[in-house]
Design a protein around this ligand. Sequence first.
Ligand code: VGL
Ligand code: ZN
Length: 195
Amino acid sequence: MKVKLTERDALIVVDMQNDFMPWGALPVPDADKIVPKLNAYIDTFSSMGLPVYFTRDWHPVDHISFKDNGGIWPPHCVQDTEGAKFHKDLIIPKDNKFIISKGTSKDFDAYSGFQGTLLESLLRERNVKRVFVGGVATDYCVKNTVIGAINLGYQTFLLIDAIKGVDVNAGDTDRAIGQMMKAGTVVLSFEDLTA
Ligand code: VGL
Ligand code: ZN
């Protein structure tokens, strides 16, 4: 399926932070392997002047999603720590880039980049109509961001060659991809983009 990018398109890169890398506190297997592919997308969008939104998990140290506070996760992506930084090789363009922090208040978690953030208003401001989503984790924040975008009326593309899942339960990632497709996302690979 060939897709030609237009000025109404935007790229959303989800949570490519150290703590989700194989060396991090909440490792997503092979999450580091998708950095070159994400960089190819980032380069393509930014060289066309299209906006790139980087979401990041940005938790206070006593966040509700952490095991010690009744959540299910080890402490991860604590604000201003090394683990919360983006992978060092991820290209962060100088212009037309936006950092979207989520899960920033102690008592709320956010798996979607739209939840409690300015992402929707930033997309509106730019008159974005279609979003292309990659990053981690497929079965949590990617899934919720994709479904959030669809529910807000955006045509949504899932970058199948630039996502990785956690698979807390075997098959979670594949199930998440199925759910996103059922919700209406179009699965896309880098080769599908045409000039
Ligand atoms: C995520 C678990 C906890 C994610 C964030 O980015 O998918 N997963 N917090
Ligand atoms: Zn989190």
